[in-house]
Design a protein around this ligand. Structure first.
Ligand SMILES: Nc1ncnc2c1ncn2[C@@H]1O[C@H](COP(=O)(O)OP(=O)(O)OP(=O)(O)O)[C@@H](O)[C@H]1O
Length: 290
């Protein structure tokens, strides 16, 4: 089975950075991977071809893209104090992420990607500079204010899946609804919907050790979007997966952007998935070079 990623260049955004020597066309039709997964209703040939809301495409969201950024980063620096030494990790970062985009941060290990992602999610504060989530100035908010915002508006996906091992897939997803104070009577429907979105509704009673790495990561995505966040931040979400499983994760990301109105910002080392992005920022030694 083939997963198709269709992107159309838009006058409002820069062309994505792709691997060197790759031809740019107005339409890029890209077969990312060939996957056999009959447990995955979302990414079957029939669903991709016949259900327009599930087509893996960037076209639809770009036609009516609102112009206000969901994230605005201005001249952000991060300096860590370690004993007598100072480590200047971020050195003047500027970026914007618009609703419905899939934005990737790429760069070598140690370049500062995770440090920036943590600040985009309000887990850490810049030493100087400004970070706005919609119009909210995260850089001026205290811990409690940022925690409240995170619980409601932001979801996180990590490289190491971060599922609780003794809980089933259903219970893991339920946990994030509990944390976000979603009324209990809504849990069943929302958990089923989210596990269905990532193609795992048939495995909802399985515990993490009974699932493959790719399946665990898809449960982690269901968990991260269950409370309907506007922004999903993912730190190397495909790093522990083989290329096929990584392609499934990227397919799920594209579909949740289309169906759940979520915006995604992720870090990656994986050059093979960059073409799926709407925009790629390349970080070198704490600065963007693109
Ligand atoms: N709390 C901290 N205290 C001191 N130094 C830190 C702290 N957090 C990160 N650093 C340093 O900041 C630099 C950037 O780290 P960061 O994790 O952001 O890089 P990265 O690009 O995400 O790397 P990787 O791809 O390996 O995850 C590293 O040199 C790291 O040691």
């Amino acid at each position: 089975m083939k997963l198709w990623f269709r992107k159309r260049s838009s006058p409002h955004e820069s062309a994505p950075q792709t691997t060197a020597n790759e031809p740019h066309t107005t339409h890029i039709e890209h077969t990312l991977s060939t996957i056999d997964d009959d447990s995955h209703p979302l990414i079957t040939d029939t669903s991709i071809e016949s259900t327009s809301s599930h087509v893996v495409t960037a076209d639809s969201k770009q036609t009516d893209q609102p112009s206000e950024p969901i994230l605005t980063v201005r001249e952000v620096h991060r300096i860590f104090e370690t004993g007598s030494a100072e480590i200047h990790v971020l050195k003047g970062i500027n970026m914007e992420v618009r609703p419905g985009q899939l934005v990737m941060l790429k760069g070598r290990s140690g370049s500062g990607k995770t440090t920036l992602l943590n600040m985009l999610g309000g887990l850490d504060l810049p030493s100087r500079g400004e970070i706005y989530f919609n119009k909210f100035p995260l850089h001026g908010w205290n811990d409690d204010e940022r925690t409240q915002l995170r619980r409601k508006e932001i979801g996180f996906v990590f490289q190491a899946f971060a599922l609780l091992p003794l809980l089933s897939a259903r219970e893991n997803v339920e946990l994030s609804l509990r944390m976000a104070s979603v009324p209990k009577e809504e849990w069943d429907d929302r958990v089923k919907h989210c596990l269905d979105l990532v193609g795992l509704s048939k495995r909802m009673n399985h515990r993490p050790f009974e699932l493959s790495g790719g399946e665990q990561q898809r449960v982690a995505i269901a968990k991260a979007i269950a409370h309907r966040p506007k922004l999903l931040l993912a730190d190397e979400p495909t790093a522990n997966l083989d290329s096929q499983m990584g392609a499934q994760v990227m397919s799920v990301f594209r579909n949740i952007i289309a169906t759940e109105n979520v915006t995604i910002c992720m870090t990656t080392h994986d050059l093979t998935i960059l073409e799926v992005a709407d925009h790629v920022y390349e970080m070198v030694d704490g600065k963007f070079i693109s």
